[in-house]
Write a protein that binds this ligand. Structure first.
Ligand code: URA
Length: 206
């Protein structure tokens, strides 16, 4: 198998897809990850937030954005006037990819490869089809490339209302990943940039 398609259920909503995704073997990432981390939120959500992949905490807990990046994202959403609780939150890749120096050592996040992003895309496409959001926020380069094409550069087009070539009629707004804000030398400015982009997304909701 080289992508998720064979594992997608023929019908059903988010719960059926979450259940099927738990058994996905569409790429090799399931071999070392604890579990699939599927999206969370109501299928009626008008706003979808897409991250990169689960982190260490998400991998353990089985829910997206429950770690440090999630904390920052929630604060930024609140400062932007967005109601995160009514949003659907997911990732471009549904398994944690990491490097570990040895047993019991810290698991260091690794970004997904293009192959892994492509393999996992059918799950994101299914979420987009079922939720049919009005606005999608791509958090960071991985999400932005999954949604807008591999040549897309967040640095050139962040905060702009965009149309995705395939997969959704939603308006897409790309911004920094909250983890990039946490790593930034100029954290204050990076944070304000994230909030500003999230405000753009909020302003597009009807
Ligand atoms: N980073 C992500 O991209 N997604 C998560 O769910 C958590 C951290």
């Amino acid at each position: 198998t080289h992508d998720a398609r064979a594992f997608l259920p023929r019908r059903g909503g988010i719960p059926a897809h979450r259940k099927a995704a738990a058994e996905c073997r569409g790429c090799a990432l399931h071999e070392h990850a604890t579990q699939t981390v599927f999206g969370e939120g109501k299928a009626s959500a008008r706003l979808m937030l897409v991250g990169e992949e689960p982190g260490d905490r998400e991998d353990t807990e089985g829910e997206p954005f429950v770690g440090p990046a999630g904390g920052l994202l929630r604060r930024a959403a609140r400062d932007a006037g967005l109601d995160m609780k009514s949003a659907y939150v997911t990732n471009a890749v549904k398994h944690f990819k990491f490097e570990q120096a040895g047993p019991g050592k810290r698991r260091i996040h690794k970004p997904p490869s293009l192959r892994e992003m492509t393999a996992c895309r059918p799950w994101l496409e299914a979420e987009l089809r079922i939720v049919a959001p009005e606005v999608v926020v791509a958090l960071g380069a991985t999400a932005a490339k999954s949604l807008l094409g591999h040549d897309f550069r967040v640095s050139h087009h962040r905060g702009e209302p965009l149309t995705a070539p395939v997969g959704t009629d939603a308006t897409v707004v790309a911004t920094l990943h909250p983890s990039a804000v946490l790593r930034s030398d100029n954290r204050e400015q990076a944070y304000e940039g994230l909030v500003a982009d999230l405000k753009v997304a909020g302003g597009l909701l009807h």
